[in-house]
Write a protein that binds this ligand. Structure first.
Ligand code: SF4
Length: 284
C-alpha cells in the first residue's frame, strides 16, 4: 500500500501542503485502502495540484468544483473512498455554494481544505480567510471584510463531522483524516497550511503561538454541538482536533433507495436500440 507516485511536487520549499499530501497518503494506508480503492479530486490553486501527487485515482478539476465531481463519483461508485481537496479560495469563495450543500447533503466524501488565508497560485491576493486589515496586492490598505469562519459555518449548515488541524502536526492531521474517511457521511477537515511565500503574517510560528488543541480544553465533548460552537467562538476559530461528530444521522447514500444494492459503475448501461428509442420518446 504505497500511495506515493513519481511526480515531484512543485510547491515552494516549506509550503504546508507537503504535510497534507503526506497525511492523506499515511491515512489511506492506515485505514487499509489500496490505491485503486481511492480517488482524490481537487480544484484550482497551489493545493489543487495535490491530486497529481498521490498514487490513486485522481482528477484535477476546475475552480471551486471539486465537490460536485467528488459527489458524483461517490454516487456512481459506492465502493470508492472519495477525497475532495482544495484551498480556502477554492472552497470558501467560488466553491462555497457547493461546500454548504455538500455539508447538508451528508454524502460520504472527505473534504480537506488547505487553508493558507491567501491566494498563492495567483501570487498573493486576499482570500475569504484573510483577516480584516490583512495587506496584500489586492488590499494594499488592508482588507475591509472580516475573515470567514469555516468551522462555525460547517456546524451551522448541519455538518456531521467537523475537524481542524495544522500541517505541522502530522500525527494529529493523519488521525483526523483517518477518522474522516471512516465517518459515514460528509467530513470537512480544515487544515492551517502556511503559504511561506506570500503570507508573512500567518506563519508556522504564528500558528504555534495562537492555536489551542481541543485535547487541552477541559471537559471538551465533540458530540456536543452547542459546546463546539461556543468553544470555536471563544478561541476565534483557532482550535485543532475533532470539533464535532454526529454518528447518528444517516448519510445521503443510506437514504437513497437502491443505492446500496450495487455500484452504478458495475451496471451494464448499454441499451438496445429499441430500449433507447423508447426512452427517447418518453423524454421528448
Ligand atoms: Fe505553497 Fe504559497 Fe508556494 Fe503556493 S505560493 S506553493 S501556497 S508556499
Amino acid at each position: 500500500k504505497d500511495f506515493r507516485n513519481n511526480v515531484k511536487p512543485n510547491w515552494c520549499p516549506g509550503c504546508g501542503d507537503f504535510s497534507v499530501q503526506a497525511a492523506i497518503q499515511r491515512a489511506a494506508a492506515n485505514v487499509g485502502l489500496e490505491p485503486e480503492q481511492m480517488a482524490v479530486v481537487s480544484g484550482i490553486g497551489c493545493s489543487g495540484r495535490i491530486s497529481g501527487y498521490i498514487h490513486s485515482y485522481g482528477l484535477h478539476g476546475i475552480h471551486g468544483r471539486a465537490l460536485p465531481i467528488a459527489q458524483g463519483l461517490k454516487m456512481a461508485n459506492k465502493d470508492l473512498t472519495v477525497i475532495a481537496s482544495g484551498g480556502d479560495g477554492d472552497g470558501f469563495a467560488i466553491g462555497m455554494g457547493h461546500t454548504i450543500h455538500a455539508i447538508r447533503r451528508n454524502i460520504d466524501v472527505t473534504y480537506i481544505v488547505m487553508d493558507n488565508q491567501i491566494y498563492g497560485l495567483t501570487k498573493g491576493q486576499t482570500s475569504p480567510r484573510s483577516a480584516a486589515g490583512f495587506k496584500t496586492k489586492s488590499t494594499p490598505e488592508g482588507a475591509i471584510e472580516h475573515a470567514l469562519a469555516p468551522m462555525e459555518m460547517a456546524l451551522s449548515a448541519g455538518a456531521t463531522f467537523v475537524a481542524q488541524s495544522f500541517s505541522s502536526d502530522l500525527k494529529e492531521l493523519t488521525s483526523l483524516i483517518e477518522q474522516g474517511i471512516n465517518h459515514k457521511g460528509f467530513s470537512i477537515i480544515n487544515v492551517f497550511s502556511p503559504c511561506v511565500t506570500y503570507n508573512k503574517v500567518n506563519t508556522y510560528d504564528w500558528f504555534k503561538e495562537n492555536l489551542t488543541k481541543l485535547s487541552d480544553v477541559e471537559g471538551y465533548d465533540f458530540t456536543n454541538r452547542e459546546k463546539a460552537m461556543s468553544t470555536l467562538m471563544k478561541h476565534d476559530g483557532l482550535v485543532t482536533g475533532l470539533i464535532y461528530q454526529n454518528q447518528e444521522q444517516p448519510s445521503y447514500q443510506e437514504l437513497v433507495s437502491g443505492y446500496s444494492d450495487d455500484a452504478l459503475s458495475n451496471a451494464n448501461l448499454q441499451l438496445e436500440e429499441e430500449q433507447f428509442n423508447k426512452l427517447l420518446k418518453e423524454f421528448m
